[in-house]
Design a protein around this ligand. Sequence first.
Ligand code: SAM
Ligand code: SF4
Length: 334
Amino acid sequence: MTAHQPKPLIDSFGRQISYLRISVTDRCDFRCTYCMAEEMTFLPRKQVLSLEEIERVARIFVGLGVRKIRVTGGEPLVRHSVEHLIANLGQLNGLEELALTTNGSQLTRLADSLRAGGVTSMNISLDTLEPDAFRRITRIGELSKVIAGIDAAVAAGFPRLRINAVVLRGHNEDQILPLTEFALERGIDIAFIEEMPLGQVNAAGKNLELVTSDEVLETVARAHTLETADTQQHSGPARYHRVSGTATRVGLISPHSNNFCSSCNRLRITAEGRLLLCLGNEDSISLRDLMRAGLSDEVVTEAIRDALTYKPERHVFDRPDEPQILRFMNASGG
Ligand code: SAM
Ligand code: SF4
């Protein structure tokens, strides 16, 4: 710490912000049914933060005590020159973890440069090992490309790799064990995610096809001996169990059945540069507008501190009396 180190970011509930997720694009080369509509209108490019603006925001937040940044999207790896952005973020003084969430489609091309650029951990989404089901869920994705991408990432030697699988009733709950085996064979982690009610799906009043994390855990535990595993520093809301005698941990992310807000240490920046205080809440400020108005880092920092006083205590997905969230997941970064 230097003598000029600014005060850390602490919200009204005493939670210190150490983790920032940045959506670098709302665009994607897939159209997963739980995330996007089939026909999407994406943001005009000039409304999206430039790579320089993203770097500036990241640098400000790292100066305020953020130690982990996750780059996400949309699909972050379809953003032109994203590997240069990553390499610049990897140089930020004070940043301890640079993470990425991707659908894996571009990894055969980019895994080595991302690793060289300083990415320390990567989550790769994969909901099924069945090509037809993969096509139904992603609408346009190609399973073989993603599997080749995951293998390229394993070969590139990232310190931590995790498969992310959203479990959908009637679509892929039969894949819980095959996906666990897939992760075990590669010595990487896997996290199963309960579907969250975002976007049009919910506005249309569709019943949520929820497979709970408890159900997932029972399924895995029938085939494997599990031990409770340590959670890492700055880790997200996953609760981990190690498959006994292996390097693989099985994570459960349960926005419905386990409220993780009390330990929430994160903020999000949307592709348009809105600072979101909570995934389940619409309060935000536009850092893009502040930067494009020519304001200094000091003024932007004060605006961030003011905004933080509005970070809510908990998210509201499950409360029928609260308005539901109609923002697509790709715009805010999952
Ligand atoms: N395109 C990248 C990918 O798919 O990994 C990064 C962005 S994506 C929005 C981030 C994560 O959010 C993915 O693991 C995805 O499966 C998950 N996700 C998207 N919509 C979701 C939803 N409605 N409920 C739960 N998880 C969701
Ligand atoms: Fe694209 Fe990821 Fe959303 Fe699927 S989950 S549509 S890959 S952003």
